[in-house]
Write a protein that binds this ligand. Sequence first.
Ligand SMILES: Cc1cc2nc3c(=O)[nH]c(=O)nc-3n(C[C@H](O)[C@H](O)[C@H](O)COP(=O)(O)O)c2cc1C
Length: 404
Amino acid sequence: MAVWKISEDVFYVGVNDTTLDLFESQYRIPDGVTYNSYVIKDSKIAVMDTVDNRATDAWFDNLEEAFGGKAPDYLVVSHLEPDHAGNIRKFLVKYPETVVVANAKTVAMLPQFFELDTEELSILEVKEGDTLKLGRHTLHFVMAPMVHWPEVMVEYDEADKILFSADGFGRFGALSQSCTYDAAGKAQDVLEHEWTGEARRYFINIVGKYGANVQGLLKKAAVLDIEKIAPLHGPVLTGGLEYFLDKYAKWSSYQPEEKGVVVAYSSIHGNTKYVAEHFASILKGQGEENVAVFDLARADMAQAVADSFRYDALVLAGITYDGGLMPCMEDFLYHLKMKNFQNRYAAVIENGSWGPVSGRLMKSYLENMKNITICEDMVTIRSVMKKADGQALEKLAEKVIKRS
Ligand SMILES: Cc1cc2nc3c(=O)[nH]c(=O)nc-3n(C[C@H](O)[C@H](O)[C@H](O)COP(=O)(O)O)c2cc1C
């Protein structure tokens, strides 16, 4: 992807990666991902973060194009995760006169990642509230600890009102080209993917555990006059920023985005799958508009987790397996707990052929989460759904519809 301007003299120099199978060795990325980096070309030239080692050559080509024969003065390091910091060493070998701009935690961690002699490096250590004047542009440094690494900071460019937001506001998916989003988060370019689904899947799974820290950053951002958000993955956001900020406020405070039900099931021989699908169709028939069904053994776990955060109700339908839960159900509940799942309504359907215990076990996971209202009624299926089970499911659906 070519270099493109995000303002008069700020360039996007990031790189698409459409060959990586799993982001963070766990998240499916069918549409790829970008490693974003930016160049501010002023009296002084600043490079905002490097890229993953998988994208080194393309990034250096982009840098040369953006520099236009000049040499960079600063390399701003927002944090040290290798998908952004992976090329610090190679960059400094190529441009040894560059001053590294980083906070104290980053400076301390730098030698863990690179065998660099920090004594030899030119480092400008910055802290909360510090500024760096590049000419027309002035960068303000804002610390964002544990969003989602301890040393994270973001940078605000006063001149063009750009927030360089590190991993915040990131999204999976490669970029077809420069693209803007309207006030409902819809891409203006028909070739571009919509923002919300993959931004949600990215946020909930990667940053979701650190909601309180994100809230802290949002508070700091609220006093800034921001016109563009330039994250380290996915598109630069312009116009209608309220939409994106509102999503982040919801996601980070663990509030459901909208009314809806996730029905997540585990099944070996298909009977509980049938029950789950049947239950979903009862819900739809009773007027529930948003119902998402996940086969936990086969579905994208990150999508099941993200949709559970999106909606306000969760129904678990799980078989008893070797006196416990099927591993995929256990894995799902572990993920929810890890990501701080809370403030939701839940109901449970169990299946067992000789000694059903999955209902009790699923409930105990839910009880260990914060502020989960668990429906008192639980349906127990013995192996295969019978007529009487159908009636019990109808009754349970009425309760789920009322969240009672
Ligand atoms: C390998 C395996 C282990 C099972 N372990 C138990 C168990 O420990 N206790 C129990 O009551 N049922 C057990 N079941 C039965 C299931 O809980 C369930 O009733 C049965 O698989 C039908 O549901 P399904 O078609 O959705 O798989 C087991 C089934 C399988 C295939």
